[in-house]
Design a protein around this ligand. Structure first.
Ligand code: NAD
Length: 483
């Protein structure tokens, strides 16, 4: 048997080992692939102290110089695409093709954020006095804590680190214990460039201990968190102690509305991909579909065909569409939601079971019909390859059901009717609405959840601003003095 990798944390430019470790499991075969350090609260304190000290000189660098470090990191990522993609696939289970997209997109994202160096600006405001200038500065918050989920683990490092560093903050990253290896590989690449010590730090360990210690550390200026709603609530509670700023990207329950005049093939393809991509574990992908009664039969038939043609298996193999779910708890959670829906009167028309194989945590691509709005499967995040279909008769009814959710991240509508599309833009109360296309955000957009899907948001100019605080300076000058 080959030696398992044992990773080290990265604090103040040093790699740190721990005697106590946590095993990392490959979800496609349930085997241990590596061991990561079980960090302590003291390690978190050291990492935050290092970031705090480093930030003092980091913010004094011109933004363009900070950007040059980001560009070096992006280049390191590009030089190691295959290694990073394989690392992600092994620990997270997404198919290798998608992992490769994630790595390349991450490098592009870092470059994109670096390009803001000469572009983000303060303001000069009108004064009510004749001899005064009012300046609005945008300044770094200080130390950012980035707490990450497991579903796009590599990209999410960049979504936090790139805007934070560009705007003069330093960062401490805590990855999920399910998918930490890519973050450790990232730390090794960062160590190969000349980034000043303490600007980027990586700690590992359980959320309730390490994550909590980060969120309640008084030297942290912003906690940027992506993950579930219950954890988001705990992070707010921990951060509240010091009135620390939080930016929360939480769960979703994206509705897809398919009107009677929709291009059915396009809708089926996009919604099927939504349930299959990353093995159905994407916060922004369609989780419930509302189909107009007039096209119910055709849509459902085509969706059953598309889902049952979906292949799954070892995600390193090119020919499979889907890999395993992240862990045992995930497949059990999906099964309990499917069983619950059946008990409430829904019908499984394809799939509906944990795959009968014992290598990994696989779940069958599933379509469920006869679903009603009041069922649990319509309100709780599924996070698996399962699509419940609800029918409707009027546009207003569809909008009301789409909005009937505690989540408010993304949504979509398929229609050829410009009036309905424009009404949907306004009437669907979600942070993002996609019209006649798959749910996937652009780096220059703004990814932000309404209601329990989060606070603040990421990407683009507005995502960058999350890591800045505003300061106003009133400069009064003497107009009468002679020189
Ligand atoms: P999770 O909430 O279980 O864990 C996320 C992170 O929080 C992990 O690093 C975990 O260790 C840490 N954590 C756990 N308890 C903590 C605590 N008490 N204090 C501080 N940190 C703690 O989420 P997950 O299962 O890793 O990820 C899946 C969830 O993430 C889904 O709900 C999904 O919708 C959401 N998600 C949202 C977005 C978005 O952009 N809105 C993107 C990806 C994933």
């Amino acid at each position: 048997m080959s030696e398992k990798k044992v990773y080290q944390m990265y604090i103040n430019g040093q790699f740190i080992s721990k005697n106590e470790t946590i095993p990392v499991i490959n979800p496609s075969d349930k085997q241990v692939i590596s061991y990561i350090p079980k960090g302590t609260k003291e390690d978190v304190a050291k990492a935050v102290d290092a970031a705090y000290e480093a930030q003092k000189s980091w913010e004094k660098l011109p933004a363009i110089q900070r950007a040059s470090y980001l560009k070096k990191i992006a280049q390191k990522i590009r030089d190691n695409v295959d290694m990073l993609a394989k690392t992600i696939t092994e620990e997270q289970g997404k198919v290798l093709g998608l992992a490769t997209v994630e790595v390349n997109f991450t490098a592009d994202y870092i470059d994109y954020m670096a390009e803001w160096a000469r572009r983000y600006e303060g303001e000069v405001l009108q004064s009510d006095r004749p001899n005064e200038n009012i300046f609005l500065f945008k300044l770094p918050v200080g130390v950012a804590a980035g707490i990450l989920p497991w579903n796009f683990p590599f990209f999410l490092i960049a979504r936090k680190l790139a805007p934070a560093l560009l705007t003069g903050n330093t960062i401490v990253i805590k990855p999920s214990t399910d998918t930490p290896n890519n973050a450790f590989e990232f730390a090794k690449l960062v160590d190969e460039i000349d980034l000043p010590k303490g600007v980027f730090n990586l700690v590992s360990g359980s959320g309730s201990e390490i994550g909590n210690a980060l969120a309640k550390n008084e030297k942290v200026g912003i906690v940027s968190f992506t993950g579930s709603v219950p954890t988001g609530v705990k992070i707010m509670e921990a951060a509240a102690k010091n009135v620390t700023r939080v930016s929360l990207e939480l769960g979703g329950k994206a509705p897809a509305i398919v009107m009677g005049d929709a291009n059915i093939d396009l809708a089926v393809e996009a919604i099927k991909n939504s349930r299959v991509i990353n093995n159905g574990q994407v916060c922004n992908c369609a989780e419930r579909v509302y189909v107009h009664k007039s096209i119910e039969k055709e849509f459902t038939q085509k969706m059953i065909e598309a889902m049952s043609a979906t292949t799954y298996g070892d995600p390193l193999k090119e020919e499979v569409d889907m890999g395993p779910l992240i862990n045992e708890a995930a497949i059990k959670h999906v099964q309990s939601l499917v069983d619950g829906a059946v008990k409430e009167g829904a019908t499984v028309v394809t799939g509906g079971k944990i795959a009968s194989r014992d290598d990994g945590f696989y779940y069958e691509p599933t379509v469920i019909t006869n679903v009603k709005q009041n069922m649990k499967i319509i309100h709780e995040e599924i996070f698996g390859p399962v699509l419940p279909i609800v029918t409707f008769e009027t546009f207003d009814e569809a909008i009301a059901m789409a909005n009937d959710s505690e989540y408010g991240l993304t949504s979509s509508i398929y229609t050829q009717n410009i009036d309905l599309a424009m009404r949907a833009c306004k009437e669907i109360k979600f942070g993002e609405t996609y019209i006649n296309r798959e749910n996937f955000e652009a780096m220059q957009g703004f990814h932000a959840g309404w209601r329990k899907s989060g606070i603040g948001g990421a990407d683009g100019k507005h995502g960058l601003e999350e890591f800045l605080q505003k300061k106003v300076v009133y400069l009064q000058y003497d107009m009468n003095r002679q020189y």
